[in-house]
Design a protein around this ligand. Structure first.
Ligand code: FES
Length: 143
């Protein structure tokens, strides 16, 4: 014994740790700029990143709503839970963009953090005109 707190590689993991990691195979996920993470089958990637202390990916709501955990998957296969279209539009999903809190790896992955600020909500501006047909005030969308 060297007095360190490291666990022996063959030591059984606790039941709680096993539940957190998910049952079955584990997938190695390389987070570019953040290190490697082991993610259990069916486990959400962001949870695995948090559990292992892997860096590089921001943590927010953990439910697919805020977009801060946005990543791009460069290699590997995965499934996703429902994700905000505002943060990951359909066309970007085909390019591997996803929210780490919604990604469940089905193979080893290579990912890169890809946070971007979501587009601002469109503002409506009153034009001052009144529609003669409906008596409603007209408005224009401003970006
Ligand atoms: S942490 Fe908010 S969308 Fe993933």
């Amino acid at each position: 014994m060297d007095g360190s707190n490291q666990t022996h590689p063959s030591a059984p993991i606790s039941l709680l740790a096993a539940i957190r990691q998910g049952a079955g195979p584990r997938h190695r996920v390389r987070v570019l700029g953040g290190g490697d993470v082991l993610c259990g089958e069916g486990e959400r990637l962001l949870i695995a990143i948090e559990r292992t202390g892997g860096g590089g990916v921001l943590v927010g709501c953990r439910r697919g709503g805020c977009g801060v955990c946005r990543i791009q998957v460069l290699e590997g296969t995965y499934e996703t839970d429902p994700m905000s279209v505002q943060h990951v539009p359909e066309e970007e999903r085909a390019e591997g963009y996803a929210l780490a809190c919604c990604v469940r790896p089905t193979s080893d992955l290579v990912v890169v953090p890809a946070f971007k600020k979501p587009p601002r909500r469109a503002r409506w501006e009153n034009t001052g005109e009144i529609s003669p047909q409906t008596n409603e005030v007209k408005a224009e969308v401003k970006q």
